[in-house]
Design a protein around this ligand. Sequence first.
Ligand SMILES: Nc1ncnc2c1ncn2[C@@H]1O[C@H](COP(=O)(O)OP(=O)(O)OP(=O)(O)O)[C@@H](O)[C@H]1O
Ligand SMILES: [Mg+2]
Length: 420
Amino acid sequence: MKQKMVAAVDVGTSKVCSLLANVDAEGSIQIVGIGIVPSQGIHKGLVADIDQASESIRQSVRKAEQTSGESITSVYLGISASNISSQCSRATVSVGRNARTVQQGDVQRALKVAREIDLSDERRLLHVIPTQYTLDTQIGVQDPKGMHAFRMDLDTHIVTIPQSSAENITKCAHKAGISIEGLVLQCLASAQAVLHPDETDAGVVLADIGAGTTGISAYKNGNLLLTAVLPVGGHQITRDLSVGLGIPVELAEQLKKEHCNLAEKEDPDAKEEPSVQINFDGVGRIYKKDINDIIRARMDEIMKLIISQLVQQMQSQSYLSYVSEFPAGLVLTGGTANLGGLRFIAQDISGLPTRIGAPTGLSGIADRLHDAAYSSSVGILLCSGKSWRHEQSWAREGRLRDKVVERVKSVGQFAPWAKR
Ligand SMILES: Nc1ncnc2c1ncn2[C@@H]1O[C@H](COP(=O)(O)OP(=O)(O)OP(=O)(O)O)[C@@H](O)[C@H]1O
Ligand SMILES: [Mg+2]
């Protein structure tokens, strides 16, 4: 089967992960290059410091180049910007005058109309995703090509991003010396990596709980219903532990990963057993119950925020009436999905059957990627076939100028005469 080489750079709040892979049309992935570095200069999925963020991207890409022996110039970039917004939109076109049979050109024309929505100057299109077609009065058509109709309505799910955030992230990539093939919202990428078509057909919710953000996407009848990014994630849990237990952030992060067990029911006697003993500025004792109580409180809040997005979207009359809309349940992914026992409290709070989703079936140098933290990174590779280029032409504007400037600067570093 024909393969193509794809480069993905997943810019998260805690890490930048660059992957170079051979991807075929069936979606099988062979990883040939990997570069994971802690991210700097990203706050809640948004660029907070261009120099630091672009340096993290540069280092991550360089590592992927070193492991693969290939050079990377152009990438699909994954972002988790917490200030995106999404809406549904409908575009209507008439079908070719003579044959009245829907052709590829009619579909393209409908998509073009869909992209021409009225946006204020301060926002950019990120994704225009076709959800369903209506031919005359027949709704729910998935592929209209070849069908007879007089008019065609195309429903789309539109995601926009503030212009400043869009420009800052593209600037970071260009400053790191790479061009952008396309931008992908992380929670849409994760969905590609971990959801099964049966789940998206039946109705499913995906939550990618990362370090600074929680990305949500929901599907029904194979269509995307909802995308949202909440500015909360694992960093808040670590900070709660640090403040609540009076310990340094590094230790809080370690305790969170090693000792959390949300599956344990509250046990009034648990406090009698010291679970962890630490020496920090003297002797301190930390109880497992305290760790779990603090984490449970924050996760309870994050879960309720996820649910409120679903309630809002489905315009549910009662708090739990959305449950019947998503029989395939809730799929949790992102690094924070690794919290011990998270599945159990997520299920309790949401009322949805819950599983943890992580990438599977990868070949090549992929051992580290079979972890929920890398669902979006792998998913970006799978999004490379999507035709999102048109709405993102802004991401390619100015790249040549920026690259030339960066190249001249880097020459200048080694050849002082070039600066004069
Ligand atoms: N075993 C674990 N238990 C609990 N939390 C974990 C575990 N492993 C990783 N995490 C948490 O996952 C978070 C990182 O997740 P991820 O890599 O998905 O975030 P990101 O993509 O960098 O950030 P974002 O998507 O929010 O911009 C961190 O807060 C980290 O503490
Ligand atoms: Mg992420």
